[in-house]
Design a protein around this ligand. Structure first.
Ligand SMILES: Cc1ncc(COP(=O)(O)O)c(C=O)c1O
Length: 450
């Protein structure tokens, strides 16, 4: 109910909380209770039903407060090793000091753009992106979320080709706004909001012959296809790595049929899979690239999509305002992304992810072999790892057992058959071993109860 007086009181109280470095036990308790109430009454009560952080802690719902490196802490000081990493947002861990410093410095000068004067950081970030992305991709648009990057990529592909159809992969995930959602490769989030964008054809992921067939049929019947949109390694589907000849073959087919290849590197980009971008595993150069998540260094929301000059032409002329956003790619976001790129290159985050991923995946595979009644398989590349269980209940028990033991992974009551392990790339060897030990304890407990 509307009450401006109460709004002032509530805002003041929260500003006080924001300014605190730590909370007393009573304050932590009050914050926890109010947060649970706010989620139930004003945000989304379903979140409370489906989260281990609320459910399995009895009275004490876990309310996040701070984090450092690969550790996240709640308001009461409880700690978890973060093996969820914000679903790929936290390649550089929690609050990387160089990224935070860059944002702070920019914050002191100007956080948002004038819209009319030229924003120097926008130009600088676009140039950096041209320098780090594969092939001759040269122009970029900056936004905040992954889904916006995909929406923009679809628009650019339509402008350039004059065509409207897209090919997408089953089980793929590209975001939840209406355009990107149209590409989604499973029904869960689509069915209740139909009709979506109409001209999408799906093919099984990893099957180049299926794409060939689709393109040949499209050519035969005169169906428009603007682009093929793919995650190089499927993330949400459970870290699914395609066969080695898949992307190179898809690249050839796209070129042969005059169809663009859009790489969704929202989750696989910035070193996560052991190369700077997922397509780099196979030396493939997409026509349009999309990125987000860790591009902001885990500090600011930043996304981008980019293409070669000839493809970008329709964005610049005759109407250069064909695609705009007021706040996307603002100076704070750009400062964060510039710092994130610097750190990613200087610390060789891709090599770090490759080394640690080899170790982690190897050890997980050994564990999975010891518990065949629980695991179907382990998949992944670098530190984008999928644990696949025989059913959702087993996956949920694993996620809940780990949560109880101080390890954060994804996994909800609605979808726990596959659980990703996606820690900050700076996760320490001892922390990986602690996760594996705690996982072993969890698996023993689950096996005993089967
Ligand atoms: C591959 C991929 N594309 C797009 C998105 C959408 O990004 P966002 O959640 O920032 O809109 C995601 C998010 O998980 C993703 O994994």
């Amino acid at each position: 109910m509307r009450s401006l007086a109460e709004a002032k009181t509530v805002a003041n109280r929260w500003i006080d909380i924001i300014h605190k470095d730590s909370l007393s036990a009573e304050e932590a308790d009050a914050v926890m209770r109010e947060t649970v109430e706010n989620f139930a009454n004003h945000f989304n009560r379903g979140f409370l039903e489906f989260r281990k952080s609320v459910e399995n802690s009895g009275e004490k719902a876990a309310v996040e407060w701070t984090g450092k490196g690969a550790i996240v802490r709640d308001t009461t000081g409880r700690e978890w090793i973060d093996c969820l990493g914000g679903y790929g947002l936290l390649n550089l861990g929690w609050s990387h000091p160089q990224v935070v410093d860059a944002v702070r410095a920019q914050l002191g000068r100007s956080p948002m753009p004038s819209q009319e004067l030229l924003d120097p950081l926008r130009g600088a970030l676009a140039r950096l992106l041209a320098l780090i992305t594969p092939g001759d991709i040269q122009y970029f648009f900056l936004a905040a979320s992954g889904t916006e990057a995909i929406e923009g990529a679809l628009k650019v592909a339509k402008l350039y080709t004059g065509k409207s159809g897209f090919i997408s992969a089953t089980r793929g995930f590209h975001g939840k706004t209406l355009g990107s959602l149209s590409l989604m490769g499973k029904s869960d989030y689509r069915q209740r909001v139909m009709p979506l964008y109409p001209n999408i054809q799906w093919v099984p992921f990893g099957d180049a012959a299926a794409i060939q067939q689709r393109l040949e049929i499209a050519a035969l019947v005169g169906q428009d296809i603007a682009a093929v949109v793919l995650e190089p390694i499927q993330g949400e589907a459970g870290a699914i790595v395609p066969p080695d000849d898949y992307l190179p073959r898809v690249r050839e087919l796209c070129t042969q049929h005059g169809v663009l290849l859009i790489a969704d590197e929202v989750q696989t980009g910035m070193g996560r899979t052991g190369k700077l971008f997922g397509v780099d595993h196979w030396g493939v150069e997409p026509d349009i690239i999309c990125m987000a998540k860790s591009l902001g260094g885990g500090v600011m929301p930043v996304s981008a999509f980019g293409a070669r000059p000839e493809i970008w032409e329709g964005m610049m002329s005759p109407n250069p305002f064909m695609h705009t956003t007021t706040t996307g790619g603002n100076p704070l976001a750009c400062a964060a992304a510039i710092a994130a790129i610097k750190v990613t290159l200087e610390d060789d985050i891709p090599a770090m992810a490759a080394d640690k991923g080899n170790y982690f995946i190897g050890r997980l595979q050994e564990l999975a072999e010891g518990y065949p009644m629980i695991y179907e398989k382990i998949t992944g590349r670098g530190l984008l790892i999928g644990q696949h269980f025989h059913n959702g209940d087993l996956g949920y028990q694993v996620a809940a057992g780990l949560f109880k033991r101080g390890v954060l992974v994804a996994g909800t009551l609605t979808n726990s058959k596959t659980i990703r392990i996606e820690p900050p790339i700076y996760i320490e060897p001892a922390q990986m071993d602690a996760v594996l030990d705690r996982l072993d304890d969890t698996l023993k407990e689950i096996k005993a109860g089967l």
